[in-house]
Design a protein around this ligand. Structure first.
Ligand SMILES: Nc1ncnc2c1ncn2[C@@H]1O[C@H](COP(=O)(O)OP(=O)(O)O)[C@@H](O)[C@H]1O
Ligand SMILES: [Mg+2]
Length: 253
């Protein structure tokens, strides 16, 4: 199983943007692997209204999967996902637009974490956009089953304090497993200070890069300028750190 969950402890620090950037660089760092981005933000998809620009075929996304009972096969999951590049190296399983829909999804998240094992064995790794932690319909099975949980932090008190509390809760839930990884966007407290405050070890920097973030939020991400942008370059550093933490996600050399 190869699952990286991305989350936050407060509103809008950049979870969806970072999850998309990781998804974009994943096949560049793991040329033999594909990647599926699971849009599991119970408060409402940032991908459907952003990167996907509300374009989704009928019978796609997590609600289509929710109509299926029992375990999910690789084929069922891939059928409900949409490719976001020409080679289908990167796929998105779109989420919900209304938080009320999320209450239908508890069993789907459990089935998906089961399917993630099979996806991994056929060469598809999974990145999850969990959104903000603590939502009433939080996709807890995806967090519990993830190899690595990354929490997005802004380097300011209003972000660090709730993030430290969230990391303590995650640590309890993940006793004996890989500790959460802190990803910091922007200038303020240093990555070491953030790591000390959160008890995670030095945070990894995700570049503040309004141009590339907007390209991801509007679905216009493409081309060499995008792939060489500070945001995408920093996302490569995150993938390397993830590989150090979880050997099953090792980067090909
Ligand atoms: N690395 C970044 N650099 C610059 N702006 C960013 C970055 N990440 C996110 N943003 C901006 O912050 C806002 C919230 O980002 P988003 O990813 O939607 O947050 P969340 O998913 O946590 O709600 C958006 O306007 C987005 O463009
Ligand atoms: Mg989001």
């Amino acid at each position: 199983m190869s699952v990286v969950a991305v989350c936050s402890a407060h509103g809008a620090p950049g979870v969806t943007t970072t999850a998309l950037a990781l998804t974009w660089v994943w096949p560049l760092m793991h040329p033999d692997r594909r990647v599926l981005l699971v849009d599991a933000d119970s408060a409402g998809s940032g991908l459907l209204t952003g990167f996907l620009q509300a374009e989704l075929p009928d019978m796609a996304g997590v609600l289509a999967l929710a109509a299926t009972r029992g375990p999910l096969s690789v084929e069922q999951v891939v059928e409900c996902a949409v490719a976001i590049d020409e080679d289908s190296m990167r796929m998105v399983l779109a989420g919900v637009t209304d938080p009320r829909q999320a209450r239908l999804l508890g069993a789907t998240w459990s089935a998906l974490i089961g399917a993630a094992r099979d996806l991994g064995s056929v060469g598809v790794d999974v990145v999850v956009d969990v959104g903000r932690l603590g939502h009433r319909y939080e996709p807890t099975p995806l967090l519990d089953g993830a190899d690595v949980v990354a929490i997005i932090v802004r380097p300011e008190v209003a972000s660090v304090v709730p993030s430290a509390a969230a990391v303590r809760t995650l640590q309890e839930a993940r006793a004996g497993r890989v500790a959460p990884l802190a990803l910091v966007i922007g200038e303020g407290y240093s990555p070491s200070e953030i790591g000390t405050a959160l008890g995670t070890g030095k945070a990894v920097v995700v570049a503040r890069d309004a141009w590339a973030a907007t390209a991801l939020a509007t679905g216009s991400a493409q081309g060499w300028r995008f792939e060489r942008s500070p945001l995408l370059r920093s996302a490569r550093g995150v993938v390397e750190r993830v590989a150090d933490l979880a050997p099953s996600l090792a980067v090909s050399s």
